[in-house]
Design a protein around this ligand. Sequence first.
Ligand SMILES: Nc1ncnc2c1ncn2[C@@H]1O[C@H](COP(=O)(O)OS(=O)(=O)O)[C@@H](OP(=O)(O)O)[C@H]1O
Ligand SMILES: Nc1ncnc2c1ncn2[C@@H]1O[C@H](COP(=O)(O)OP(=O)(O)O)[C@@H](O)[C@H]1O
Length: 208
Amino acid sequence: MASLSNSTNIFWQECPVGKLDRQKLLNQKGCVVWITGLSGSGKSTLACSLSRELHSRGKLAYVLDGDNLRHGLNKDLGFKPEDRTENIRRTGEVAKLFADAGLICVASLISPYRKDRDTCRAMLPDKNFIEVFMNMPLDLCEARDPKGLYRLARAGKIKGFTGIDDPYEPPLNCEIEIQQTNGVCPAPTAMAGQVVSYLQEKGFLEYQ
Ligand SMILES: Nc1ncnc2c1ncn2[C@@H]1O[C@H](COP(=O)(O)OS(=O)(=O)O)[C@@H](OP(=O)(O)O)[C@H]1O
Ligand SMILES: Nc1ncnc2c1ncn2[C@@H]1O[C@H](COP(=O)(O)OP(=O)(O)O)[C@@H](O)[C@H]1O
């Protein structure tokens, strides 16, 4: 891979139409909703439900799903720690562009390492990075195992699987935490509702 920060003699090009103009047009504020959690914790389910809910309210959102990005932009990356770090960095940069475009960008990736998520947070203006932690027990994720990957990891057929033999570092200061109540996971619409309430309360769903 080409090393980072190798470009020299480059200049920032300003554009006459800016983020505020686009936000006004869309009557919303651009931001990044970053969903992190174990495989099978419900990240994609929340991202889909949230995008449906925002769409029905006339708000423009776009989902960046880890699995999907690995089919294109990030297809050259595997699951070694340095590949995951680059995966998150690239996705953070893309999410930043979507937020600058005025959209509510919903990124759903395991993003297991705290420092990588914090790097993405630092790319955005204060308060515009909303970290959502899918705080679901490993037991539940493993019981769901929709893709059969935990079974393969337990059998030693996948090495370095998050939660099994690769670490997941939970957020220390996330904006939103989704968890079970009395051992029951909230329905997808309820999880999305929790995020929508946050966005509403913080003024992201209007321009003023
Ligand atoms: N070793 C290993 N560890 C974790 N996950 C694995 C691995 N190998 C493949 N997969 C599949 O890849 C999906 C995770 O991709 P991400 O880009 O979100 O991962 S990461 O943020 O770079 O850690 C993940 O998708 P989700 O289950 O939706 O989380 C898995 O389907
Ligand atoms: N809130 C929920 N209630 C019940 N089942 C859920 C919920 N969220 C996710 N699931 C189920 O759990 C499995 C994993 O969800 P998924 O969104 O694919 O997780 P991730 O993207 O984190 O890997 C899927 O079969 C999904 O239908």
